[in-house]
Design a protein around this ligand. Sequence first.
Ligand code: PLP
Length: 682
Amino acid sequence: MRQNAPALDRCRLLAAVLVIAVHTGPLSSFTETGNFLLTRVLARLAVPFFFMVSGHFLARDGWRSLGRFCRHTLLLYLAAVLLYLPLNLYNGGFPWKSLIFDGAFYHLWYLPAVLLGAVLARQLAKLGLRLALPLSFGLYLVGLGGDSWYGLAVEAGLGPVYDGLFTVFAYTRNGLFFAPLFLLLGAAGRQFSRRVSLVGFVIALVAMVAEALLLRRFASPRHDSMYLFLPAVMLFAFSLLLSCNRGRDRAVGRVAMLVYLLHPWCIVLIRGGARAVGLWSILVENSLGFFLSVTALSLGLSAAIYALRPRRQRPDARAWRELDLNALRHNADVLQSALAPGCRLMAVVKADAYGHGAVRVARTLQRHGVRAFAVACLSEGIALRKAGIWGTILILGYTAPADAALLRRWRLTQTVADLPHGQALAETGLSLRVHLALDTGMHRLGLPAEDYGALEAVYALPHLKICGIFTHLYDCEALTAEATGHTLRQLTLFQDAVAWLRAQGYDPGRTHIQASYGIWNLPPQPCAYARPGIALYGVASQEGPVQRQLDLRPVLSLRARVVSIRTVSAGTHAGYGAAFTAQRDTVLATVSMGYGDGLPRNLPERGGQALVRGQKVPMVGRLCMDQLLLDVTDLDQVRAGDVVTFIGRDGPGEIRAMDVAAQCGILTNELLTRLSPRLGSR
Ligand SMILES: *Cc1c(COP(=O)(O)O)cnc(C)c1O
């Protein structure tokens, strides 16, 4: 299993370390050819990779963030120019001429190159990638002649042309000839199958190494940033990475950029420091020691600067949900240990993880080892992929065949809702990963479990990769004899169908049946997955006995603040419709929470309460969209700013989501999934 599938940004950190290698030559004390291959060939993948990631994310939101990207990069460049000013002055003056194309310090060429390149790539992309890619490749070929193919270009009589170019800049590895192609390749984000990517990468890399060695031996290169085979190497490498993960990790991306910007200073500092403390031979003379010490200092410094960065002040939430991520991890462990051996959790995070926030929940579970997730629809699946969730993501609901390309692009697994759906998906001609739903009695989605003809027909369809089969239990909450009968019949139908498939020589793939109540009320089932939703969040859909007691803890608390206090005398009305009349002199606390945040509007009249300073107090009057009133007469000291808890614990008091739901006559699931995106998250 891919335990550490890297987000694109994480590879940026690796790329930054490769750039340090270019500038320190880790193997130069040991093997000259080895060092050449590492720093002049392999490490040359690093900067094109930076370009590709930028191009990829810029194109992903339709180049809308290009303006912000350029402003940001320009500021960064100005800061870097200032940072390296002392070294420039020490080296004998400021290199005005190199400001735009070559960078004001040896590594700083990257920033003006990505700026100019991004603007150019955007203009080219307007022509369509079909035209933009060959055009940018043409520019790259021109650049190649001024770089590693320079010797050949001179022999071909192009010497004077390049000499003309080199009066403007010192290298063709710049924003004009080098950056646009890689930015556009990243923007295209071509994804081949894993095998094609891997084979293509290896072949292209071998060709590039051969090219580099031949050029070095026979053709007097002028520089070694550009090779004819480099774009092909990058195309396949990037495709391979995309198939692992398309996610962003901005923190790591920023640290990588800092490492890139700061490492030349670290080189200077290590040299100075090593001499001062008498470790010159280990830290500088030994090339590996030099590389490692510069890398360690660069990483440490960059991480420290990132940790100390000024944070933007965000508005304090007026109302928020608070997640206990330890409880979430604990519940995942408890549920996992309640499953049969070999059966793994498929965490159901549909409807924004039952109102908890799908990205945060899925990320926490992924870090905790969960490798399969289920969502209700395509957009939920895409959102998770964008957030860097890389395991299996199964869409439990219907996806229109017209959207099949998105299933493939985001590597989502689709449920086959019935035979016509399967046929329509197959007709798209796209190779899609699917799980078959079996209708064992719920009559909602799935192929009828007894209709083996239909099953056979689905297996006969081209293009579909059937990787699993499942069913959903419809009467598993109740423990009556009738309900148990329903469930047993469902289990039998499912097992028979799976056994029949096996007997016919089909591989049913991953099987799964149990949702939360399946885990609570059935013995462990011999399946590949179980799909708990509500139980993962530590609550039940409603009060009632279950067969197996599991020690689950609620994950979510819902809180807001007292914003205003006032005292009204007996007989006074308060709120819309004069729904409340004070029976005594009453202290009212206005709280910043309402039905616009997801609280059911009938909660006050059903006896709704909240916790203030650990004590329960009643809601009064009508619930407004953004506010509500509490009667806090019996509390000693309530102040504006006090935290109010609607779900969760406060000191000795606790209000359970299940009880609030029951008061309002709805399921806990409904209460939680209605929570509004307006709520803050903590
Ligand atoms: C929602 C859903 C689940 C999760 O149900 P819980 O009762 O919340 O555990 C599992 N499977 C399917 C098909 C679902 O629709």
